[in-house]
Design a protein around this ligand. Sequence first.
Ligand code: ZN
Length: 338
Amino acid sequence: MSGRVVLLNGTPSSGKTTLAKALQEVLDPPHWYRSLDDFIKGYLPKHWDSARGPWSEAHRRVLFMNVLHGYLRSLRAMAQVGHPIISESVILPLTRDLYLDSLADLEVYLFGVRCPLAVAQERERARRDRQQGVPIELDVPEFDLAHSHGPYDAEVDTSMMSVAQCVSTLTSALERPPSAFLRLRAERVASDDARPCLFCEVVAGTRAAHVVLETPATTAFMDQLRQPPDPAHVLVIPKAHVENIYAVGPALGAELFEAHALVARAVKRAFAPDGITTWSSNERGANQEIPHFHLHVYPRRVGIPYPPLLAKPETPVADDALRLSAERLRRAIDELRD
Ligand SMILES: [Zn+2]
């Protein structure tokens, strides 16, 4: 039987670690505890330092999301083999679905650990364990967003309650069945079901897209996100709503493959990349974000890192840039077909 997961959610310096250790002292059976910080410290401080480290700022953000992903998968694995777990989280709008999916179907207690900004800042300044000794900047929009997801099984305010009072509140809550995480999971599943399919809208023409190729059963268009400096990242999709690769039959498969091969040749002809990577992601476990099958055609340049697969980019690529690239690709496709 899986172990339960006690998730302490709050901003940095809200007192999560102190509480986690105090809970660990009193909980029976013993609970296993590792924080996300422990996982981050799996790399050296110099690796995370953008001035000295090997990674660009953008790559560091991707890597952070990768570490978070690994952390949550590790928690899941430990719970699934029976360990009761204490863990910490900062659930933000950007990472909320990752938490909800990673810990789905486990018994999760979601506890809010609050403290006012001024108190957290004071604690942050007093800390000695930050990378390079630099306190984390807390006066940012994320500070308020850490509790924006909604319900908790219990909440504590570490600026007003002693550690013992907080522990007592949380251990009492652990005697009742959890409900907050289940509610959030249910909301997520319901909103997924209700959402119209973006790619079906592209096929229907009700959503704008820069289409570069159409065949009887497929459409290819510019990806709006995650473009290399010279935008030429193309998605090739079936016109029918086919959710993932498991439902792609031989005829559609052949047409999709031929279409994406033609697009790849066109990208090579029009943009002369050093190479091209193509891929598809299937199911949430593989980070498929839009449940309508799509093949990516992505041009690569030596020295330019692979696109972020986990972090969602903040803003779509400028429409003008996509339009110009689409024109170049359509011309290349016409030349290749002649
Ligand atoms: Zn669809």
